[in-house]
Design a protein. Structure first.
Length: 123
């Protein structure tokens, strides 16, 4: 299954590149594009491929929890997810976070590990 390329007229292309739409150029969205926009799980199952160690390029077949996460991300602006290792996300404990105190407005920089340790003390 493939989404047909949108055909641009010469005057609608940015810098004469037919792959780039000029600003404010109206285009007609296909039913398939709109379906993908409204349902990220449908889009992932039909258009995303991943590299499997043994099988090469394969469709992205998600686990149920991955589908639930994608649905939650699509439907809710803010999300907090408590996840174990090796579930398709990446974070290093040395990654720096910038946090703003809502009361004072102060901004601090803290590592993910230090933030985690601080949260453990609060619980």
């Amino acid at each position: 299954m493939a989404i047909d390329d949108i055909k641009l007229k010469a005057g609608d292309a940015y810098l004469s590149n037919p792959n780039l739409k000029r600003a404010n150029t109206p285009i007609e969205w296909t039913e398939e594009f709109l379906k993908c926009k409204d349902d990220p799980i449908y889009f992932a199952k039909n258009y995303i491929k991943i590299v499997h160690v043994d099988e090469g390029l394969v469709p992205f077949n998600m686990w149920q929890f991955q589908e639930k996460l994608i649905s939650n991300f699509h439907e809710n602006r803010f999300n907090i997810a408590l996840m174990p290792r090796q579930v398709g996300k990446c974070f290093n404990s040395n990654t720096k976070l910038k946090l703003r105190n809502k009361v004072t407005g102060d901004i601090i920089e803290i590592t993910v590990q230090d933030f985690y340790e601080h949260l453990k003390k609060e619980i």
